[in-house]
Design a protein around this ligand. Structure first.
Ligand code: LLP
Length: 421
């Protein structure tokens, strides 16, 4: 789907005219597309099926975008949720995602959050993805208190080093995530952990924005080996999230097709796990970015230009508090003017925040833009709004959705001073 393109020199997103929307609403804002979101989810789910994976369960990672309306769309399509806090749990439930499709990850679950998750239903949630033995002890205790049996899964640290930005790499023993295999296997012999907990699965998540899947394959092999060594009738293998998108044109040739990703998972698990056992655990996924990054754009208005000798700054009304990826990871995001015009000048596109890193593009070839022109930052549906802040006491931006009938709806109001202050 060519989801963003010019028609009569006017930029269209999901077949709607951005200029018209921007003239009607307060900038900056995120604009999401129901059509793209649904397609991404269904492509992902169907590819898992096509690759022959058994009863796949796709648990959308809420941290990438917890917008209520987007979650309702995903819930209706059958999605589960990967959550990392009580807030995300509440949001997932409110959106209609049932506890039997919720996995709870994260190294710092609190007692309050664990109790909340256990009480969501008589069985609790689908799984606590446990990140340490101390956490397991607490879960077991909470389950006893609530007279339930906690369904737990160990997050295995497979000791791999995927090729991605070091801030979003999670699969090595130097990282705080997951448990080493010996510790997992030894814990199975210790009765104290298991009085009110049951091991139902094993999971991995080695990092995010993965374009090279060699480390994923190695991690899947370790996952298979450890799963067999547990000698337990596991109900599922959770392969985590992490599949990347092509933010930069240079990344496009490397981008794994979702069918190839599923094929890799299927063939690796078949060879190293399913062929060696009669068990048929289902496969759980925790994708975030691949489902929602492309389903969102960030629309900003040019405030003014500023020229300091050779340096041409285009100052926009969106800032790093609204969209952090460029300032936090040096991430590249494509920028497009809403009115098509030829790029002629190398510019720095910067926000109003008092930090030098508040910069969406440095030395980028841009058309001449003037005050009041609109600019789109692409592929901002994932880790956009969810990572935003009120830094510099700026209100959080508006979120809009183009629905299937091409109607534009407000799905989260801009935060005004009466709420902010
Ligand atoms: N599962 C777990 C346990 C995770 O920690 C994450 C992401 C995911 C699933 C979803 O990963 P995805 O499919 O979205 O790659 N803020 C960073 C990304 C941080 C990812 C954190 N964990 C960014 O903007 O690139």
């Amino acid at each position: 789907m060519k989801h963003i393109d010019y028609k009569n020199k006017k930029l269209q997103f999901a077949s709607t005219d951005i200029q018209a929307i921007a003239q009607k609403h307060k900038t900056p804002f995120f604009l999401y597309s129901e059509e793209i979101l649904s397609k991404n989810y269904l492509d992902f789910y169907q590819a898992a099926f096509k690759a022959g994976l058994h009863a796949p369960l796709v648990c959308f990672a809420l941290k990438s975008n917890p917008n209520r309306e987007l979650l309702k769309i995903l819930a209706k399509l059958g999605s589960g949720a990967d959550i990392v806090s009580g807030g995300e749990l509440k949001r997932a439930l409110e959106a209609g995602i049932t506890p039997d499709k919720i996995v709870f990850s994260g190294v710092g679950k609190t007692e309050e959050e664990i109790l909340f998750a256990l009480k969501t239903s008589p069985q609790g949630i689908f799984s606590f993805n446990v990140e340490s033995l101390e956490e397991l002890e607490l879960i077991n205790l909470c389950a006893k208190k609530t007279k339930r049996t906690a369904r737990v899964c160990f997050r295995l640290n497979p000791e791999v080093q995927p090729k991605t930005h070091k801030h979003i790499s999670t699969g090595n023993k130097t990282h705080k995530f997951g448990i080493l295999q010996n510790e997992i296997l030894n814990s199975l012999k210790e009765k104290k952990y298991w009085t009110h907990s049951k091991l139902v699965g094993l999971s991995i998540h080695i990092g995010s924005q993965l374009l090279d899947l060699r480390a994923t394959k190695r991690a899947l092999i370790t996952l298979s080996e450890v799963a067999l060594k547990t000698n337990l009738p596991l109900e599922f293998l959770d392969v985590g999230g992490g599949l990347g998108v092509d933010y930069h044109p240079d990344e496009s040739p490397k981008l794994p097709h979702v069918n190839d990703y599923m094929e890799l998972i299927s063939s690796t698990l078949n060879k190293h796990f399913y062929s060696k056992t009669t068990l048929q655990p289902r496969v759980v996924f925790e994708p975030g970015r691949r489902i929602v990054a492309r389903a969102g754009i960030f629309v900003m208005k040019v405030l003014r230009n500023k020229v300091s000798e050779d340096n041409h700054f285009v100052i926009v009304d969106g800032g790093m508090n609204d969209f952090m990826r460029p300032s936090l990871y040096g991430a590249y995001h494509h920028l497009l003017p809403v009115r098509e015009s030829k790029a002629t000048k190398k510019c720095h596109v910067v926000g109003p925040i008092c930090e030098t890193t508040d910069c969406f593009a440095s030395g980028r070839l841009m058309p001449l833009l003037k005050s009041g022109d609109f600019l789109v930052l692409m592929d901002t549906g994932a880790y956009g709004f969810s990572m935003g802040s009120n830094y510099n006491l700026r209100g959080r931006p508006l979120e809009l959705l183009v629905d299937k009938k091409r109607k534009v709806k407000v799905v989260n109001k801009a935060q005004e001073y009466d709420v902010l202050l």
